[in-house]
Design a protein around this ligand. Structure first.
Ligand SMILES: [Zn+2]
Length: 467
């Protein structure tokens, strides 16, 4: 068996073969940092975290890049509302997202480029597209990509150019050569961040940043490009048009992976729908692995229903897996050689079933089923009188495979026990701060830091995390 992945571009499962054997170049579109992140954002990063962990488990070296969109209309608008600079606002939410990635137990992407730091590469690509006749400059300094210059435009989303034109309900901008043409560069406006470019000052449009960052950090052709299904059109369609037109090489991406969206009832969780739960609010009530478990219980390409029921199911499932790690009864008489060997055999079978499931387009619900079967065998052996030494090999397989999914299945008693004490210390520290007893308050923070507990003061009060 070998890994098969579903490719949005070809609409079928394909044998996974990176361009360079053993190396996977993977780019995932990251957040636009203008407000608090919600669970919809968390879902996407958890999905690609699991995919990366599995690729590494299978022996690949993964180079993982995730961008931050820190120059954007939404950021500028919100910064204006709050009376702060767009760059300060973006920096604040980048730091917050970094904290979320730690709290959610994510592997760090190797590079996290930001638009504001990639301007020379963006200009290079826009300039190349103008030179090659794929883009044109308007009188005011806007630059547009000319969609008909890329005859296979629409191949990812499966739409023809004619269909696209019919789909444009708004009156097309008369300055554009074709209604589907999209902005690569927006001419500078007063009060907006802007950078100099050969055709005039301004800032990049949204799609161009990903093409430029890909080129800069991963080269002309990638193995995996990921993102939510809502990015297929127009964002990823436009990325293909820009990158293939600029480099003259196709395919820009070998495997396009798209995760389903987090749904609340009939609509996707989104800022605009006002149906979102922030990552902070969720983690106040639940540990991060509960969310991860919820994501794992649904195939990544399917929509994931968020509700109290799915959260409770995830909580129960996590507890069931952790139950497999319980020690043997100290008075256990031990199993006979036959049943003891049987448990080890069952653990090997579970590993094989797990790999077969994950090799089938990262089928995490099936992979979890293999783990639940293993837990049942372990629990049965424990009840039949297995000793710790007899349980251990199977429990190690359970830990190993749980780890591939990013789950921490080790009993949590230690961490759970310290929580109320840390909380108590922070309450005392808050009281000291109110009474302006700063040195004492600082001493609590510094001593906690020495013990590996970092305290962060936020407008919503102090937060702490380990490490
Ligand atoms: Zn992108």
């Amino acid at each position: 068996m070998a890994l098969q992945v579903y490719n949005t571009l070809t609409r079928k499962k394909e044998l996974f073969e990176p361009r360079e054997p053993g190396i996977v170049r993977m780019y995932v579109c990251g957040p636009t940092v203008y407000d608090k992140a919600h669970l919809g954002h968390a879902m996407s990063v958890v999905v690609y975290d699991v995919i990366r962990r599995y690729l590494e488990y299978r022996g690949y070296t993964v180079r993982h890049v995730m961008n931050y969109t820190d120059v954007d209309d939404k950021i500028i608008r919100r910064a204006r509302e709050l009376g702060v600079s767009p760059m300060d606002l973006a920096e604040h939410y980048i730091q917050e997202f970094e904290r979320h990635m730690r709290e959610l137990g994510l592997m760090q992407p190797h590079v996290k480029p930001r638009v504001s730091q990639e301007i020379p590469w963006i200009i290079r690509v826009v300039e190349g597209l103008i030179e090659k006749g794929h883009a044109y400059v308007l009188e005011n300094g806007d630059v547009y990509f000319h969609v008909p210059s890329k005859p296979d435009y629409g191949k990812l989303s499966g739409r023809s150019l004619d269909e696209l034109v019919e789909g444009y309900r708004i009156e097309p901008d008369p300055r554009k050569k074709h209604p589907a043409d999209f902005a690569l560069w927006k001419a500078a406006k007063p009060g907006e961040p802007s950078w100099d470019a050969p055709w005039g000052p301004g800032r990049p449009g949204w799609h161009i940043e990903c093409s430029a960052m890909n080129l800069h950090h991963l080269g002309e052709q990638l193995d995996i490009h990921g993102g939510g299904q809502d990015l297929i059109f127009p964002h990823h369609e436009n990325e293909i048009a820009q990158s293939e037109s600029y480099t003259g090489r196709a395919p820009f991406v070998r495997y396009w992976l798209h995760n389903g969206l987090l749904m609340v009832g009939e609509s996707k969780m989104a800022k605009s729908e006002k149906n979102f739960v922030t990552i902070d609010d969720f983690l106040k009530e639940h540990e991060a692995d509960v969310f991860r478990m919820m994501v794992l219980q649904s195939h990544y390409r399917r929509p994931l229903a968020f509700s109290d029921a799915t959260v409770q199911q995830a909580e129960a499932a996590l507890a069931r897996l952790r139950g497999g790690m319980k020690p043997a009864n100290p008075q256990a008489p031990g199993l006979d050689a036959g049943p003891a060997a049987e448990l080890q055999h069952q653990a090997q079978e579970a590993r094989q079933a797990f790999i077969a499931a994950m090799d089938d387009d990262f089928n995490t619900p099936e992979a979890l089923a293999a783990l639940f079967t293993l837990v049942r065998h372990i629990n049965k052996a424990r009840e039949a009188g297995a000793t710790d030494a007899q349980l251990q090999p199977a429990q190690e397989v359970l830990l190993e495979l749980g780890g591939v999914l990013g789950l921490d299945l080790l009993p949590k008693t230690g961490a759970v026990d310290v929580q109320p004490f840390i909380q108590l210390l922070l309450e005392v520290r808050e009281e000291l701060r109110k009474q302006r007893l700063w040195p004492l308050a600082d001493r609590i923070r510094d001593r906690l830091a020495e013990l590996g507990v970092r305290v962060e003061d936020t407008p919503a009060g102090p937060r702490w995390y380990l490490g």
